[in-house]
Design a binder for this molecule. Structure first.
Ligand code: GLN
Length: 497
């Protein structure tokens, strides 16, 4: 039989429902692949071998009884470690949560289980999802399967790398400022940020609550859409969840795959398609735009003048919300506790615990956020950033009167070598220059591989209006049908095995 780890999720689901492979065989093949390569990739913080095999057996039993299987039954999935999984370690890649086993499942995990997917384990990330390289994980970085000396993006580098290394066909990420799309771009995989409120935040360890959005990661656009359909939809346990039906993203991806974009208007974002990006990124992007035009799309240039303020506004809003959300890690309720010798006060224990438990980037954000929210500075910083957020939303609204979707490269540069951006936080923040406006607006966006630059993958970003997630899948699938999918060089892959 062909190697199931190289197949798409849709193909694997077909094998299982058709009785050509058992879910246990599929899970075992992926667990074996993880055992063979993850020492070098380090995509996983925890592998749940027993749980995966038990879930796979349940699917096989259901099939044997002739019960109906969902579209992804038996398909393995890796879950970012910022998402609560009942009884399974969940650390958000922080020392402060080491050893914590949540007493409940996040809504997205509940839905994955109900759909019969098989959770392989929890993936590595930047601590509390703050970062763009996975170098801020307290448990060591993930390596990019395209070049093990380079970053896999972040914060969801583990989820993206698990796909590129064929350890999993599907993964879940979270996107607050780009953490699904940017890792997708630099690993040659697909990552989609759904509309904010389109997927539930219940059970997500909160970073910036007005921005956090869980979403699908996959190797093909259709697979991402299949996963999106499983996890999305209203959830009464999330107060910002949208009580509306999810657009049919799977049908949209299949329509796009036919390669017909007649009548579709693409808005080329002037501010993000100039000289700001590396030449190789721009070249791959421009060739892809030409490919889309050949499929019938029309390109119009749109201007979004406030996008240049998105990065500074984000780095006030996200740390402000984080400083409040992370107050719950006090050494009393979860995980780590330092210095509790019976003589120290609660404040002293709290302070020692937070000093030992949080890494440098998390501390930087807490300090920045606390400052931005402090009385006397609130209006100058946080209040001002919220106004910029409104202006960015207006830019989107006005651009969507001229175009169906907006397009840009996903990132200004390809995967960079370890250590090259850690000494200057601003250089790291720049990785999300093109992804952050979407989070401030709340709409959906997808990154799809569009070519290579000096042998490294380049991502193409498609942004759509709020609750029009289907539009971005159509365009992304059309681009994929024109340029194909991208596989790390055999040499690099085989040197892993
Ligand atoms: N890289 C951005 C940050 O550091 C985005 C992170 C994310 O989307 N979780 O905040």
């Amino acid at each position: 039989m062909t190697d199931v780890t190289r197949m798409t999720a849709a193909q694997v689901a077909g094998l299982i429902s058709g009785g050509d492979a058992s879910a246990v065989e599929v899970a075992t093949a992926h667990l074996d692949r993880i055992a063979a390569v993850d020492e070098r990739v380090h995509a996983f913080l925890h592998v749940d071998r027993d749980g995966a095999l038990a879930a796979a057996r349940a699917v096989d039993e259901k099939r044997a009884k002739g019960e109906e299987l969902g579209p992804l039954a038996g398909v393995p999935v890796a879950v970012k470690d910022v998402i609560a999984t009942r009884g399974i370690p969940t650390t958000a890649a922080s020392k402060i949560l080491e050893g914590w086993r949540p007493p409940y499942d996040a809504t997205v995990v509940e839905r994955l289980r109900a759909a019969g997917t098989v959770m392989l384990g929890k993936t590595n990330m930047d601590e509390f999802a703050m970062g763009s390289s996975t170098e801020y994980s307290a448990y060591g970085p993930t390596h990019n399967p395209w070049d093990l000396g380079r970053i896999p993006g972040g914060s969801g580098g583990g989820s993206a790398a698990s796909l590129a290394a064929y350890e999993a066909p599907l993964a879940i990420g979270t996107d607050t400022g780009g953490s699904i799309r940017q890792p997708g771009a630099v690993t040659g995989t697909v990552g989609a940020k759904p509309t904010y409120g389109g997927t539930s935040r219940y059970g997500l360890i909160a970073f910036s609550s007005s921005l956090d959005t869980p979403g699908p990661c996959a190797r093909t656009v259709e697979d991402a859409a299949l996963l999106h359909a499983v996890i999305a939809g209203h959830d009464a346990r999330d107060s910002t969840s949208i009580p509306q039906p999810v657009p049919d993203v799977v049908a949209a991806a299949r329509l796009g795959a036919t390669g017909d974009l007649a009548g579709v208007k693409l808005g080329l974002v002037k501010e993000f398609t100039g000289d700001g990006a590396e030449p190789g990124v721009l070249a791959a992007f421009r060739e892809s735009v030409e490919a889309l035009v050949k499929l019938g799309a029309e390109v119009v240039e749109v201007s979004c003048p406030h996008f240049e303020y998105a990065l500074p506004a984000y780095y006030l809003i996200a740390p402000s919300e984080a400083s409040s959300n992370l107050a719950r890690f006090d050494g009393v309720r979860y995980g780590l506790r330092v210095g509790d010798d019976g003589n120290r006060s609660l404040e002293e224990v709290m302070s020692l615990t937070r000093e030992a438990g949080f890494g440098p980037e998390v501390k930087r954000r807490i300090i920045l956020g606390t400052f931005a929210l402090s009385s006397g500075y609130y209006d100058a910083y946080y209040g001002q950033a919220q106004k910029v957020r409104t202006l960015i939303t207006r830019d989107f609204t006005s651009a969507f009167t001229k175009a169906d979707v907006l397009i840009s490269p996903t990132t200004p540069f390809t995967a960079f070598p370890f250590g090259s951006r850690t000494s200057d936080p601003y250089q790291m923040y720049l990785a999300d220059l093109y992804t952050i406006p979407t989070n401030l607006y709340g709409g959906p966006a997808i990154s799809v591989p569009c070519g290579l630059s000096e042998g490294l993958p380049v991502g193409f970003q498609v942004m759509a209006p709020t609750m029009a997630d289907d539009r971005m899948y159509r365009v992304a699938a059309a681009l994929e049908s024109a340029v194909g999918t991208f596989t790390p060089p055999e040499l690099s892959l085989e040197s892993l095995a």
